[in-house]
Design a protein around this ligand. Structure first.
Ligand code: FAD
Ligand code: FES
Ligand code: FES
Length: 490
């Protein structure tokens, strides 16, 4: 099929299999060999590109997803012979040794500096946490980004009679100027928007799998009817890893990313409704989530890397139903209700009934998760999330604890809800521990007793990340830490 998009400011119309990995299309089809492939599974960041200004991983995207998008690779940063300020800073600060990680690092830095013009060193580390370097070390890389930051935004200042490079969109701040129309897919590729709005599922059958990108639920039902064995994907950060590893095979792919009905976040009285297709990044950017559901926001902040959060969705996390899924324990304590829809109708299930085991849910054939409904937890004055992983970023949880607590000024625990991640086949709740704590005065002795009971309540397994004994001990320790923070309040 033909895919049309803007690559480094210039229109492209490329004939390719719709399910070809973007990293392969860029490197082999379009000679953008600056996009590197390290791990091929989302872990190293070497394949980072910008899609509509956001950092994404080209190894976990398929070509059809590029239709109508603006893509920036490292080749698009320099302006002819003039290196981009970030590239200059990397050279001047000695932030490049073998150079394999450098294109991905620079594009992640570009995305970060667009969002945060003057980041702290800690914020730079966080912004680059999805990019691994095996030879330079991170100190000089952070130095380079810190040195480039003020130069970029100086360049972006408007000059009389000339629009600021940043005035036309997020990418503009950081990229060399192109001639008029080149940055706008609709102007550069006449007919593109018309095609995108035509209501026809995009994609097509080729030697590879068909990829469909419906733009409404009505189109989705029609795709699902026509392609009964097709796999649905949202961000692809779980599914494409499985496909790549050969742990799953599917005849066709149906992407949810263009269905606006799945992205909405809305408030109705005491409820927040979150579209299943909202990415973690989108949720974190939404003030309502941070203010009303800090337990969920804190969990999402620890999930994956900036690139994974730009791609992965809440719905994908729930439907993967991994015991290590970071959004699950917060949604258990929030008693979330999930809305499942198919062409035949809608049903609702409490999250505890939706997830039935590791990787198992109550989703039926042809059904998708459309929304998550959460009652605002006004009755609780403490929301808590803590995750133990093997490292700070890109760490799958070894154990996590989510909690909602209502505690009086005098330190009496009036109500408590607890849920642990990664210490059982699914999320673990512990009604006995909650009963022990409720109505009692927060005190070290009480929390020691509760931690002992929590260790008996979990049923962890051993895997490459941790032994069962370690996970059991940590489950109690997480509760002790919650207790210490509550006791110190009073
Ligand atoms: C490098 C890396 C690091 C990661 N780190 C973490 C981490 O720290 N914590 C964590 O929890 N996860 C992590 N993940 C896993 C993953 O990123 C998350 O689970 C993410 O939320 C998945 O969302 P997605 O939209 O990409 O799912 P997809 O891959 O698109 O889909 C996953 C599954 O859900 C189904 N699905 C998706 N959306 C729907 C829907 N609306 N209705 C019905 N079915 C649907 C798909 O068919 C598929 O089976 C990591 C993944 C990678 C590659
Ligand atoms: S190649 Fe490692 S994240 Fe894509
Ligand atoms: S410079 Fe070699 S991996 Fe970073």
């Amino acid at each position: 099929m033909e895919i049309r998009f803007i690559l480094n400011g210039r229109p492209q119309a490329v004939e390719t299999d719709p399910d070809r990995r973007v990293v392969d299309l860029l490197r082999e089809g379009l000679q953008c060999t600056g996009t590197k492939e390290g791990c091929g599974s989302g872990e190293c960041g070497a394949c980072t590109i910008l899609v509509d200004g956001e950092s994404r991983l080209a190894c976990l995207m398929v070509a059809a997803q590029l239709e109508g998008r603006q893509v920036t690779t490292i080749e698009g940063l320099a302006d002819g012979q003039d290196l981009h300020p970030l590239q200059k800073a990397f050279v001047e600060c000695g932030a490049v040794q073998c150079g394999f990680c450098t294109p991905g690092m620079i594009l992640s830095a570009a995305a970060l500096l667009t969002e945060k013009p003057a980041p702290t060193r800690e914020e730079i580390r966080e912004g680059l946490s999805g990019n691994l370097c095996r030879c330079t070390g991170y100190q000089k890389i952070v130095d380079a980004v810190e040195a480039a930051a003020p130069l970029l935004h100086q360049d972006a200042a408007p000059t009389p009679g000339k629009p600021a490079p940043g005035s036309s969109g997020r990418q503009g701040i950081l990229l060399p100027e192109r001639s008029a129309g080149e940055g706008d897919p609709a102007r550069a590729l006449p007919g593109l928007r018309t095609a995108a709005r035509s209501g026809q599922p995009k994609g097509g059958a080729t030697a590879g799998r068909s990829v469909f990108l419906p733009e409404s639920l009505a189109e989705l039902w029609s795709c699902l009817d026509k392609e009964p064995g097709a796999a649905v994907f949202a961000g692809g950060t779980d599914l494409f890893v499985l496909l790549r590893a050969g742990r799953r095979t599917v005849p066709a792919l149906i992407g949810l990313e263009r269905i606006a009905e799945l992205q909405a976040i809305r408030e109705e009285g005491e409820f927040l409704w979150i579209g299943a297709g909202a990415t973690h990044g989108r949720l974190l950017a939404e003030a309502r989530i941070g203010e009303t559901l800090p337990v969920l926001a804190r969990a999402l902040r620890t999930l994956g890397s900036p690139q994974i959060r730009h791609m992965g969705t809440l719905g994908g996390n729930l439907c993967t139903a991994s015991p290590a899924g970071d959004a699950l324990p917060p949604l258990y304590v929030l008693d979330a209700e999930l809305v499942l829809r198919s062409s035949k109708g809608e049903r609702r299930l409490p999250i505890k009934e939706f997830i039935t085991g590791p990787g198992k849910t109550r989703l039926s054939e042809g059904e998708i998760l459309t929304e998550v409904r959460v009652r605002k937890p006004a009755a609780f004055n403490v929301q808590h999330f803590e995750k133990i992983g093997q490292r700070k970023a890109l760490a799958c949880s070894v154990a996590s604890l989510s909690a909602l607590v209502r505690i009086s000024e005098a330190g009496k625990i009036e109500a408590v809800r607890l849920a642990w991640g990664s210490v059982g086949e699914t999320v673990v709740t512990a009604p006995l521990v909650e009963a022990l704590l409720t109505g009692r005065q927060s005190a070290p002795g009480l929390w020691t007793e509760a931690a002992a009971l929590a260790r008996q309540s979990v049923s962890p397994i051993e895997d490459l990340r941790a032994t069962a004994a370690y996970r059991r001990a940590v489950s109690g320790n997480l509760l002790l830490r919650l207790g210490a923070s509550l006791t110190s309040r009073t």
